[in-house]
Design a protein around this ligand. Structure first.
Ligand SMILES: [Zn+2]
Length: 305
């Protein structure tokens, strides 16, 4: 696949994260050309990325999952128009939500899987493409009615605008910013165990959503103080990762603790502590976050420094 802009390597100071470096040219300036979009939709060369009840369609080959893109003729009857993801060379790629169907496709075509489970096992391009489709379809599904007047919304701009049939308000795709930060104190890093991981003892970086009226640096400082009771300074940007679980972008930071006393604050964490590089190189009795996560990259970059 070939994208429309500079290469991923040219854009990123760090190697791009999993779920980033989407290979499609998003052709944002052509979405408003309804005739062109309709022609792409009718083009037998176009491909469709199915989405169903939060899951993406994959096929396993020797236990390695790959994205399944369908021809229009292989699609079941659709309840809503496909949304244009972009161009792969000359070929248009659309996302389609099959959620209203009980059993949308025969099993021989592939299986609907949780991207969280399979994303780290697949080709980077496939994972990025599926994440893109998942995030856009999730947004459409959650904005069927206008937040201003309550009337139904209909897609425009090849699925990238939902326009209210009552008051005419245009609603645009939402991405929720979340900060994620590796906090250090001297030669140790602050990691914590969230109550979200109940079955496995995963120690990871702290993270949280950015609140209205807050800079990213302020969000970093507030989250660390709220969750672990640790004051921080020197907040520095590291890198970002699209995180379609369900609709975020993770904004990675480093920060320095002014004090190493930990006081678990809100209900988010069950355990937190300071870890040396040696302890993290050979974790005993705990594990680190999955390799495809920005949390893991933040930890590994610090370990390598
Ligand atoms: Zn409205």
């Amino acid at each position: 696949m070939t994208g429309g802009g500079p290469s991923a390597a040219a854009l990123h100071a760090h190697a791009p994260h999993a779920l980033a470096a989407n290979p499609l040219d998003r052709v944002g300036t052509r979405r408003g050309d309804a005739e062109w979009v309709a022609a792409r939709m009718a083009d037998p060369a176009s491909r469709f990325v199915p989405f169903w009840r939060g899951r993406n369609l994959v096929r396993f080959d020797n236990n390695v999952p790959a994205a399944v893109l369908l021809e229009a003729s292989a699609l079941p009857p659709l309840h809503q128009p496909p949304a244009l993801l972009g161009l792969d060379g000359e070929r248009a790629v659309f996302a389609v939500d099959l959620t209203p169907l009980e059993s949308p496709l025969p099993q021989s075509v592939g299986e609907f899987e949780d991207l969280w489970r399979v994303g780290g096992m697949m080709r980077a391009e496939d994972a990025a493409l599926l994440g893109h489709a998942k995030a856009l379809m999730h947004w459409q599904a959650r904005h069927r009615f206008c937040g201003v007047c309550g009337a139904a919304c209909l897609p425009e701009q090849a699925g990238h605008v939902l326009r209210c049939t009552g008051c005419g308000t245009s609603h645009f795709p939402r991405t929720d910013p979340a900060v994620i930060m590796l906090v250090t104190h001297g030669d140790r890093a602050l990691l914590a165990r969230s109550k979200r991981f109940r079955d496995v003892r995963v120690f990871s970086t702290l993270a949280g959503f950015v609140e209205p009226g807050e800079s990213l640096e302020e969000a970093v400082a507030r989250e660390v103080l709220e969750e672990a009771g640790v004051p921080v300074a020197s907040v520095r940007y590291h890198s970002s990762q699209p995180w379609p679980f369900p609709a975020s972008v993770m904004l990675g930071f480093r920060a320095e603790a002014l004090d190493d006393a930990i006081t678990l604050g809100d209900d988010e964490l069950v355990e937190a502590g300071w870890f040396s590089r040696e302890t993290l190189r050979e974790p005993e009795g705990f594990s680190l976050p999955p390799p495809f996560s920005i949390a893991r990259r933040l930890i590994e970059d610090w370990m390598a420094a």
